[in-house]
Write a protein of this length. Sequence first.
Length: 134
Amino acid sequence: LHVRSRRQRQMCIRDSLNNQLRLQGAFAAIAALNCNIVIDDVRSSKNIFKFTLNKQISGLNLASELVHGIERSNSQQKYVRGIVHMGRLLSLSVFALDVETPQELQLLKVIGISGAQGGYFSKLLPNYTQVAFH
């Protein structure tokens, strides 16, 4: 599990599905701490319904390959629409990480993601400002 904040944890979908029995203790500990889990690196809607048994799971992070260039790829759009649809059915938020262009952001908003972050929102600092941090 990767720490994202005090009350939210992140794990890869593959790890969650492959280790469900071994993770039951961790899920119980997370529940006791009143924390939530966001599944990271989601590439399709195929296995999302399996998360309905775990009430600590509150969201899904799209795999970055689904985000980059989505405005030019009908297949990526199809996968993201499926993930967003399943997320809505299961009351799970869907987030797009690594958004780099306004075109990606606009299309993801139209599809219905819950939130986004990435290089588009945080431009690199000019070289001269790095001196101030030394």
